[in-house]
Design a binder for this molecule. Structure first.
Ligand code: ZN
Ligand code: ZN
Length: 368
């Protein structure tokens, strides 16, 4: 929808004027998608402070660019940044804002031979924080696919199924339900592996008495979901139920605190203080959550040392955990959208699910 992207570029132009530049050279992949609609692994866009933008990408993306960005001047070129720098010079633009967090030192040195580069900061990322209705609908769809894939996969969980097979089943179900791909490498962490927040699934077979943490999400229309559930295989032990209830209570407190106008440090503290008061301070060391959209992790980040206030229409995750080395762990993660009322996009129950499938399972199924 070119008009949405054009409106976003107009907001970007206000930022270009603010930094006193003649133009901005945008090289962040997600920022280019946000401003033009093109998803390309090799593209750059030159946005003048006033006037029409110029998009450069290589021949692999020529057809997609013609289709998705009919309103843009298009240059098909492999060396996109160098070419747009030349275009800027020939069009009389001398001061160009650039994305320091994206450009290599080598490229910067090359471009400063002909241009004066000024830092644009994370101007476009800031525009991306608050989502428009189209974006929220795509994220909601990604979350719906994730919820459904999980609920369809629960029935597979039984002793003998490996972490890797469970992760593959989740990924496959998300694809069947319409996901372009998993938003990130699916995490399945069972038993003692659950103590590792970003464990990569291995061939460990699930066992009775395990807590199993699944952290996964679908990507849909370029936008991401990210959710986590921990389930018990067989009746949970006392310590398992205890940390589950603690994490669930902390997560609810975090969700309730994530309101427009709230300081991100306060949202983090709302959940973290409960975990600390229960004596598990050292067992929860990652941030409480993050913004989500074109990237899985984007602004605003909510954790120690983070500052800033939440706006409206901001999708964020709330994902506290408790990790007991050598024993196991629990994490519960949902995506909510900030606004006047509670708006959760991931809806799978947050009650502890106790799966009682008791027969041993071989995976893949024997064909004989
Ligand atoms: Zn996650
Ligand atoms: Zn997350």
């Amino acid at each position: 929808m070119p008009e949405i992207h054009e409106a976003r570029r107009r907001r970007a132009q206000e930022k270009i004027v603010e930094v006193g530049a003649d133009a901005a050279l945008i090289t962040s992949r997600q920022n280019i998608t946000y401003l033009t609609g093109l998803a390309s692994s090799n593209a750059a866009v030159l946005i003048p402070a006033d006037g029409a933008a110029v998009l450069a990408t290589d021949s692999r993306y020529a057809l997609a660019a013609e289709r998705d960005c009919p309103d843009l001047e298009l240059i098909i070129e492999r060396f996109v940044e160098t070419r747009l720098a030349t275009e800027a010079t020939t069009r009389g633009m001398r001061v160009v804002a650039f994305e320091a967090h994206e450009m290599t030192v080598q490229r910067h040195a090359e471009l400063t031979k002909t241009l004066t580069l000024v830092e644009f900061g994370q101007a476009i990322e800031e525009l991306r924080v608050s989502k428009d209705p189209t974006e929220l609908e795509l994220i909601a769809t990604a979350c719906r696919i994730s919820d459904q894939a999980l609920s369809d996969t629960f029935r597979l969980i039984r002793p003998g199924l490996t972490e890797r097979a469970l992760a593959a089943a989740l990924d496959r179900r998300m694809a069947e339900l319409g996901a372009a791909r998993p938003a990130f490498d699916t995490i399945v962490a069972s038993g003692p592996n659950g103590a590792i927040p970003h464990h990569s699934p291995v061939d460990r077979p699930l066992r009775r008495g395990d807590l199993i943490t699944m952290d996964f999400g679908a990507m849909y229309g370029g936008y991401n979901a990210d959710m986590t559930r921990t389930v018990a295989l067989g009746e949970p032990a006392g310590w398992q139920r205890e940390i589950y209830d603690l994490v669930a209570t902390a997560q609810r407190a975090g969700i309730d605190a994530a309101r427009p106008g709230a300081d991100v440090a306060d949202v983090d503290a709302a959940a973290r203080d409960l975990i600390r008061d229960a004596g598990h301070d050292e067992h929860f060391q990652h941030g409480l959550g993050h913004g989500i959209g074109l990237e899985v992790h984007e602004a605003p980040l909510m954790g120690y040392g983070r500052t800033g206030k939440l706006g409206t229409r901001v999708p964020v995750t709330v994902e506290p955990g408790v990790y007991l080395p050598g024993k196991g762990g629990v994490r519960i993660e949902d995506v909510l959208v900030t606004g006047d009322s509670l708006h959760l996009l991931t809806k799978t129950t947050r009650e502890l699910l106790v799966l009682l499938a008791m027969e041993t399972f071989t995976w893949p199924p024997r064909t004989t």
